[in-house]
Structures are given as structure tokens and as C-alpha cells.
Design a protein around this ligand. Structure first.
Ligand code: NAD
Length: 253
């Protein structure tokens, strides 16, 4: 792989028990980074960490609930203990699997609150727990994972779309606040991508939206990794507050 300057960098990937998060964790490890594999699902992170170690990489699984400030602080302490600090955070954890499509008029209030707690508050809690370590390191990069649904306004999923719109808005605000600390904050907005979670959402998941794309194939987690590595690396050293849509040209072309 091309040297992206990520050798030895210390990365936290949340939601890394499977799906895209596992893809990001494996991708950063392959690029030479040391990875804190974080998720609320302890079995999944143990598996991801083992996959990285089997491939010769460095990984530590750490259980976290991103909605809890105390849990995010504990993760920061674990990261400082394991690697002496953190350079990069990938905020990928979200409620996505199992979300029912419903008219906005019929969304259950408790489900709405839960989606906001994980997808919005979780990004805030994790970011504020780890920025002190990035400051100590002299700078860093945060890559937030939103969704291309923000731009398509995917119907019957208003809570999820709104939560991911908030991630883009928070990114722009955090980027402005953290520029003086040399911490860059950007977003990846994936289009529909085949993961266990997305396959569970509908019967025709493998062909969903393919005909609308400029590139007519289904998207895999590996398709998202290059964008995250780029935004986290010095190649994107003058890029902050931006959103990279990775959807094979479905939304705008
Ligand atoms: N798969 C897609 O089509 C698609 C498209 C656009 C955006 N995304 C986004 O990509 C990311 C990953 O999606 P995925 O398809 O891999 O889904 P996924 O459900 O496999 O991944 C989400 C992960 O977040 C973890 N998580 C949930 N609540 C948590 C909490 N409170 N604390 C810590 N971890 C928690 C889950 O255990 C899970 O491992 C999500 O942000 C999702 O919104 C996915």
C-alpha cells in the first residue's frame, strides 16, 4: 500500500465490531496505524482486534458506550494507557441496524431520542473526550461518519437522516473551533453499503440503488476506507470542515 504517513499513528475507531467500522479499523491497521477497536459489542471488537493482530497489526479492543460521558472518558484513559495518546478518531458508531422505516409522523419518541443519543450526542461525547489527547500530541484528525441520505432526504427515516445532518453541522462547527489546535475535522458520507446492518434493512439490499449510480455496482465497506485514510492523513493537511460523499455517483451525477 502507498505510504500515507499513518505508520505508528494512534487511532480510535468507534462502532468497530463489524460493518464499516471493522473496515476502517482493518484499513488503518494495514496502513501501519495502531488501532483502539471500540464498540458497545465486546465480542465483535475482540474479533476485529484478532483479525488485525492475525494480519500483523497492532490493536486493542475497548468496550465503550458513546452515549455515556464516563464511558468515553474511560476509553480516552485506556487509549492513553495503551498507546500514550491518540492522533486520530473515527466516529463511526451509530444506530443504523434494525431501524424501521416509518413516516416521520409515526416515529416512536423513545426511538427518536435513542437515535439522537448515539448518532449525535455520541459523536460529541467521543470528540470531547479525545481532543485533549490530540492537543497533547500537537494536532490530530477527526473523521465523522454521516450518510448520503442527508442529501437525498431518504424518506421514512427522518430521525436517522436528521442525526446524520447534525453530524455534518457539528463537523463544520468543531472544525472552526479546533483549527488553532491543528486538529482537522471532516466527514465521510457513505451511500448505501453492504454490511450485515444494511442487509437486514431490506430484502433486495444487494441491488438497492445500483441502477441510480454512475458506477453500477453495490458498495462494500472497503470502498469507504480510502476516503477515511485520506482525510486522516497529512495528504488532507489543509482540508477541514468538509464532507466527502462516497456513493458511486448516486446522488448528484
Ligand atoms: N451501511 C450503510 O449502508 C451505511 C450508509 C451510510 C452511512 N452508514 C453509517 O456507517 C456507520 C456504520 O454502519 P454499519 O452499516 O457498519 O452498521 P453497524 O450497525 O454494523 O455499525 C454500527 C456499530 O455501532 C455500534 N454501536 C451502536 N450503539 C453504540 C454505542 N452506544 N456505543 C458504542 N457503539 C455503538 C454497534 O454495536 C455497531 O457495531 C454508521 O455510522 C452508519 O450510520 C452506513
Amino acid at each position: 500500500m502507498t505510504d500515507l504517513g499513518l505508520q505508528g499513528k494512534r487511532v480510535v475507531v468507534t462502532g468497530a465490531a463489524g460493518g464499516l467500522g471493522r473496515g476502517f479499523a482493518l484499513g488503518f491497521a494495514e496502513a501501519g496505524a495502531r488501532v483502539i477497536v471500540a464498540d458497545i459489542n465486546p465480542d465483535g471488537i475482540a474479533e476485529t482486534a484478532q483479525m488485525i493482530r492475525d494480519a500483523g497489526g497492532v490493536a486493542e479492543p475497548v468496550t465503550v458506550d458513546v452515549t455515556s460521558a464516563a464511558s468515553c472518558t474511560a476509553l480516552a484513559e485506556a487509549a492513553a494507557g495503551a498507546f500514550g495518546g491518540i492522533d486520530i478518531l473515527v466516529n463511526n458508531a451509530a444506530i443504523y441496524a434494525g431501524l424501521e422505516r416509518r413516516s416521520f409522523e409515526d416515529i416512536d419518541e423513545a426511538v427518536f431520542d435513542k437515535v439522537m443519543a448515539v448518532n449525535v450526542k455520541g459523536v460529541w461525547q467521543m470528540s470531547r473526550a479525545l481532543t485533549p489527547l490530540m492537543r497533547q500530541a500537537g494536532g490530530g484528525a477527526i473523521v465523522n461518519v454521516a450518510s448520503a441520505t442527508v442529501f437525498s432526504g431518504s424518506p421514512q427515516w427522518m430521525h436517522y437522516v436528521a442525526s446524520k445532518g447534525a453530524v455534518i453541522a457539528m463537523t463544520r462547527s468543531m472544525a472552526r473551533e479546533l483549527g488553532d489546535d491543528k486538529i482537522r475535522v471532516n466527514v465521510i458520507a457513505p451511500g448505501f453499503t453492504l454490511t450485515e446492518a444494511s442487509l437486514g434493512l431490506m430484502e433486495d439490499a444487494a441491488s438497492y440503488g445500483v441502477s441510480r449510480g454512475a458506477l453500477k455496482r453495490a458498495s462494500e465497506p472497503a470502498d469507504m476506507v480510502g476516503g477515511a485514510l485520506y482525510l486522516a492523513s497529512d495528504l488532507a493537511g489543509f482540508v477541514t470542515g468538509q464532507t466527502l460523499i462516497i456513493d458511486g455517483g448516486r446522488q448528484f451525477i
